[in-house]
Design a protein around this ligand. Structure first.
Ligand code: C2O
Ligand code: CU
Length: 472
């Protein structure tokens, strides 16, 4: 339930926070160019498994997972207050947003951790439109595992219109038969492909049926917010084209193989069935026979016939790297080796004394450097220091037999090429590195600060495959 007073409505102008059955969150009053939300992180019971299983003790920012869905128009400013009602410190990282470093939500690196009972105010104007999300950056294996994530959508100005705009978050849960959480991580999982959940859901429901306008063009904002699983989505029974990756426009092309690692998003347009009552299915075909995720059922009077020809979204405004002048930086993702320890573990000089995040073992490394065990309070040196204003090509080399979705904070990669496959040129904040692959991505280093750079399989991230880049 989004609480929105009449006065707030008047003052908020065209502001929209979509409750749409997706959680809620408290929307506070504000002028038209400012959207204010309060996000109370705490345990909330929610039914994931059918009866006779009990409710599951999720951790969420709003009444229900996935919630809230915050919608901004491009140019609007967001002021989000995190209220920590957990028993541990936390933070909010705004995944995919090119924001000022101090708003990035990484405990010890960009802000003091928000302790139990404390609040922290984030404020920024997202420079790009697109489908983004947010989550904590500490004890993420458990907290994201229990559902602590919300959606941030920045609506583009102009561009094509759709008959519906549907958000779908794919996520597994680590639940036993009674609805209680089991172990979120295991050494076996963390040192290999990750620990998979026991039940797959869309928007917190097992195989939901979602209504869409009959014969309408549906914009599906599809999110993989799982800790571990890679999905390769298809819409069975409908024409479906992909129009954006991590919120960034892509020249529309049929959805026919776009594997999504944890944290990756795509926007898809599909044509709903011509007849009310008919359904099409969202499936995952990754490395197996298709597994159904959700159904879309046509409802209401049929919209007029038109040709299915999705138009491109308005172009993104990502600073263009100068590839001729770019410096190439190798980034090797590997298992943590005996020789990889570095002597110069720096104790952070910031006065952020706090309890430890859950200590994890070390299995992984970037350029032979592993993030120190025990969370964020011990900062290693940066894995690279970039000069503000210069362009860089990262040569991401996967020296392991596993997949790694590699994510950078505060920037959007221009994805250039791979030694293993034909790459569709696109922008992304998270790229899926295949086993043994070398993938080249570029940025223009225009945003100063210390920016996390890590695998988004959360167990890999929290067992060493995490570092940060300094832009100064
Ligand atoms: Cu969604 Cu540091 O990541
Ligand atoms: Cu990984």
């Amino acid at each position: 339930d989004v609480r929105l007073s009449r006065r707030a409505l008047l003052r908020a102008g065209g502001l929209s926070v979509a409750a749409a059955g997706l959680g809620g969150g408290r929307l506070l009053a504000g002028p038209a160019d400012l959207v204010e939300v309060e996000l109370v992180a705490r345990e909330r019971l929610q039914r994931i498994l059918p009866e006779p299983a009990g409710l599951s003790p999720l951790v969420t920012y709003a009444d229900r997972f996935p919630g809230p869905v915050i919608r901004l128009r491009k140019g609007q400013r967001l002021r989000a207050t995190l209220v920590n009602e957990l028993k541990e410190h936390t933070s909010i990282h705004w995944h995919g947003i090119r924001l000022p470093n101090l708003e990035d939500g990484v405990p010890f690196l960009t802000q003091p951790p928000t302790k139990p009972g404390e609040r922290h105010v984030y404020e920024f104007t997202p420079p790009d439109s697109g489908s983004f999300f947010f989550h904590p950056h500490c004890n993420t294996i458990e907290l994201l595992g229990r559902g602590l994530a919300g959606v941030l959508i920045v609506e583009e100005e102009g561009g094509p219109r759709f008959d519906a705009d549907q958000v779908c978050l794919v996520k597994d849960w680590q639940l036993d038969k009674t609805g209680q959480f089991g172990a979120f991580t295991s050494d076996r999982g963390a040192s290999r492909a990750g620990t998979f959940g026991t039940v797959t859901t869309v928007n917190g429901e097992i195989g939901p049926t979602i209504e869409v306008p009959t014969n309408g063009d549906v914009r599906l904002r599809l999110y993989n917010v799982d800790n571990t699983r890679v999905i390769d989505p298809r819409i069975e029974g409908a024409e479906a084209w992909i129009i954006a990756v991590d919120g960034n426009p892509l020249p529309p092309r049929p959805l026919d193989g776009w594997p999504m690692g944890p944290a990756m998003r795509i926007d898809v347009v599909f044509r709903a069935p011509k007849e009310a009552g008919k359904t099409v299915r969202l499936t995952n075909v990754y490395a197996a026979e298709p597994k159904p995720l959700a159904s879309f059922r046509a409802a209401g009077a049929a919209l007029p016939n038109k040709r299915f020809a999705p138009r491109p979204l308005p172009p993104a405004n990502i600073p263009e790297p100068d590839l001729k002048a770019a410096q190439v930086i190798p980034m090797a993702f590997s298992a943590a080796g005996a020789a990889q320890s570095f002597d110069s573990v720096l104790l952070t000089s910031l006065p952020y004394a706090d309890q430890l995040c859950l200590a994890q073992k070390t299995f992984w490394a970037i350029n032979q450097q592993s993030w120190p065990e025990g969370g964020h309070e011990r900062l290693p040196p940066p894995i690279a220091t970039l000069q503000k204003g210069r362009s860089y090509v990262f040569e991401l080399a996967n020296l392991t037999p596993h997949l790694h979705p590699i994510h950078i904070h505060g920037y959007t990669f221009k994805v250039l090429s791979s030694d293993q496959r034909q790459v569709v040129p696109h922008h992304a904040d998270t790229v899926l590195l295949e086993p043994k692959e070398r993938l080249r991505v570029a940025i223009k280093a225009d945003n100063p600060g210390d920016w996390m750079f890590h695998c988004h399989i959360i167990e890999h991230q929290e067992t060493g495959m995490m570092g940060y880049i300094r832009v100064a």
